[in-house]
Design a binder for this molecule. Structure first.
Ligand code: HEC
Length: 140
């Protein structure tokens, strides 16, 4: 086959590849198993904000920001950015927030904290649910 004839085929193949990689990147929300979406928060909503900020949210601050808006220096180089939890808040359910905290979001900087490779950073179930309340508090 002559080169001139190959070119349109090559272009077509390339666009198919580009399209499928875009379509494949599932949002954090889409990765949550159906049963986990409707889980309700077992931790009382009257959390100790100061303690949560110092002991738990310190793991998250670098990427998600002190104010929870995701506008951090660390986020600048990320293809998938951390979400903005201020304003109208996260559209995710409590169960979805919890699941992403524990399991992370594939192919992004968001790693799961249930089995974090640094043992000290791991979160218990109650700690992760406490952070769900903390995340909600960023919304006005
Ligand atoms: C190294 C950077 C980084 C750290 C540290 C980090 N995150 Fe994330 N997080 C992200 C990114 C990037 C996303 C977006 C992932 C996506 O959209 O698929 C995300 C997404 C999330 C989501 C999904 C939320 C939504 O509304 O879409 C939750 C919940 C979350 N993070 C909670 C936390 C908590 C709690 C901590 C600390 C225990 C934490 N993250 C630490 C980078 C980080």
């Amino acid at each position: 086959m002559k080169l001139k004839k190959c070119l349109p085929i090559a272009v077509a193949l390339l666009s198919v590849c580009l399209f499928s990689t875009t379509a494949m990147a599932a949002s954090a929300q889409d990765q949550v198993p159906a049963a986990a979406k409707s889980a309700t928060n077992p931790v009382d909503s009257e959390i100790d904000m100061k303690h949560t900020k110092k002991k738990l949210y310190k793991r998250c601050k670098n990427c998600h920001g002190k104010k929870g808006n995701g506008k951090t220096a660390a986020a600048k180089d990320m293809d998938v950015k951390p979400p903005n939890w201020t304003g109208s808040g996260s559209k995710l359910t409590d169960g979805e927030l919890y699941w992403v905290i524990m399991h992370g979001s594939k192919d992004t900087e968001m790693v799961g904290y249930e089995n974090h490779k640094k043992k000290k950073k791991r979160l218990s179930s109650d700690e992760a649910w406490t952070l769900v309340h903390y995340i909600r508090a960023f919304a006005k």
